[in-house]
Design a protein around this ligand. Structure first.
Ligand code: KIV
Length: 274
């Protein structure tokens, strides 16, 4: 039996079964090298449309295209073997109709080999989620602060900070769970509301700026590594790679200018004649 046969990738039903159990560890990744590292410790790798802001310097996720998601989704699949890889459906690729959503989700699954897709939105997507799930597309939901709706929301605003907002968000969570999503991301919402939703619905909740009571947590990898100069309040930084990279680049520039790089160990000698 080959090593690859021994390693079984986690599936959407595996993650669904973790409701109320061992916390689900999720992180974003957009590249093969980082996926290889994340894969060792995480249950879920999300190829998030945040790649538009993180990799491409866009101001929002709105301009991200299906082709961008497929390219990076494929890279992450090549770099990982164990985690469930979930690819975000970008703005405009699923909202028009359930048929459009299925066509594009099927393309993402065929061309990347990923195990699930993620869509943003609550009750308005329940019919679409059921349509996809019934046709072989595992769906992760995403409610609360939904960055693709940024132009309607008027900014990255935390949701549910007054109790008057709670019933609508709870109804979104129930609708998604009832429609057959295997998990739902709760982003940028008041902590007690995220904890309440986690208690109330039957599928795992994965929090980002939500609550430690969620069934799992997710962060954007570049945020927790210290590569974002302005990380949101909900990020805990586990490294300061921005500063480390700057130091390394500075040292490299110094060595090139002083002609101390490349050194003897970095150049090729001639083969001995004869
Ligand atoms: O695009 C993304 O990275 C996400 C996470 C923030 C959940 O959707």
């Amino acid at each position: 039996m080959s090593v690859q046969d021994e390693i079984r990738r986690l599936t959407a039903p595996d993650i669904r079964a973790r409701k109320g159990g061992e916390p689900i560890v999720a992180l974003t990744s957009y590249h093969a090298h980082t996926a290889r590292l994340v894969d060792k410790y995480c249950d879920v790798i999300l190829v998030g449309d945040s790649l538009g802001m993180v990799m491409h310097g866009l101001e929002t996720t709105v301009p991200v295209t299906l082709d961008m998601m497929i390219l990076q989704g494929h890279a992450v699949m090549r770099g990982s073997r164990h985690a469930l890889v979930v690819v975000d459906m970008p703005f405009g690729s699923y909202e028009e109709s359930k048929e459009q959503a299925f066509r594009n989700a099927a393309r993402v699954m065929k061309e990347t080999g990923c195990g699930a897709i993620k869509v943003e939105g609550g009750r308005r997507l329940a019919e679409t989620i059921a349509f996809l799930a019934e046709r072989g597309v595992p769906v992760m939901g995403h409610i609360g602060l939904t960055p693709q709706m940024i132009q309607v929301m008027g900014g990255f605003k935390t949701q549910g900070r007054t109790e008057a907002e709670w019933p609508a968000i709870e109804a979104d969570a129930r609708a998604i769970a009832g429609a057959g999503a295997f998990a739902v991301v709760l982003e940028g919402m008041a902590e007690p509301l995220a904890a309440k939703i986690t208690r109330e619905i039957a599928i795992p909740t994965i929090g980002i700026g939500a609550s430690a009571q969620c069934d799992g947590q997710i962060l954007v990898m570049e945020d927790m590594l210290g590569l974002n100069p302005n990380p949101p309040k909900f990020v805990r930084q586990y490294a300061s790679l921005g500063a480390e990279i700057e130091e390394a680049v500075q040292a490299y520039a110094r060595d090139v200018r002083a002609r101390t790089f490349p050194g003897k160990e970095n150049v090729y000698t001639m083969k001995k004649a004869g």
